[in-house]
Write a protein that binds this ligand. Sequence first.
Ligand SMILES: C[S@@+](CC[C@H](N)C(=O)[O-])C[C@H]1O[C@@H](n2cnc3c(N)ncnc32)[C@H](O)[C@@H]1O
Length: 312
Amino acid sequence: MQGFESEEHERSIWQALKAQAVPLKFAYAGSAAHTHNRLASRSSYQSVATAIDAEIRATLKLLDPNVTGLSICEVGPGNGTHTVAFLRTLYQAGTSVLNYLGLDFSRELLSILERQLAQDEPRLPVHVDTWDFEAEPTTAIDSWRSSSKPVLILMIGHTIGNPYSPLACLKNIFLSSRPGDGLVLSAMLRGTQPVADLVKPYLDSVFIAAALEPLRMGGLNISEGSFHVRWEESTSAIIGEFVLSNDQRISYREETIVFSAGSIIRCFLSRRFQQNDIATLLSDAGWLIKDNCLSHDESHLAVAAFRPKPPV
Ligand SMILES: C[S@@+](CC[C@H](N)C(=O)[O-])C[C@H]1O[C@@H](n2cnc3c(N)ncnc32)[C@H](O)[C@@H]1O
């Protein structure tokens, strides 16, 4: 696929370019889904595998021994590489999965996920739907549920590190769930690495092509500029920015934007959390934490939480 997934995405990227801050969700949609897929299929991205053991331990904490078979709803599943690895490890732990719902901003990425699951999990009933979890709650989970049994919601692979407001996302997921539903959230921790080590994985050409794809789709000539990453202490995040080396002009419908040489467009954000930040975010969004599971190298935290039932 070349370009945008929809006119709405095209309009939103235009507005974001005007504001010189492009939300990361656009780096997964339209033709950017394929640059992300290349990135996610590389062996270095398999570092997500580090988190799986903690994610499975967190999942097992939430299981009701009287219930067989899980209904899993995954929010932000990406291309399915992590999903397949997670499901296989879960089966090895003796848990069966009855059905699966994948919700993502990107229709294109959901198609890649569907193909991956059809190939690797041919017997698993799979449904997918689009949802922007930064914007509002969704009714997709309720429409998909096949019984009154609780659903396990997964948000794994550090997806929570990408949005501008992680709290708004966790509230939207909460409002889209039902009392009794579980949530396994996994995220990368700040740890004690020097800043140079934090930014190093973001300096290679496959990552840079993926981060700049929405700008290219919006009409910028990305060969006339450079991509920089830096650590921003105030947001506790790795920030990626494109700096134009020459003046550039882009147009959409009747409008034109002129960027002068030296203009900066923010297009990447990946937060790192402290364990306490995650606990606060989850409880401020309404979730009750059942357990915290650290990965063996302590780089990732997986939290088992659930939506409490209202008192009767
Ligand atoms: C960092 S990737 C993680 C993918 C996968 N969980 C993994 O571990 O490989 C983030 C995922 O969240 C999705 N995403 C990002 N922003 C989103 C938004 N606002 N609403 C819905 N999905 C979003 C992306 O399309 C992508 O699938």
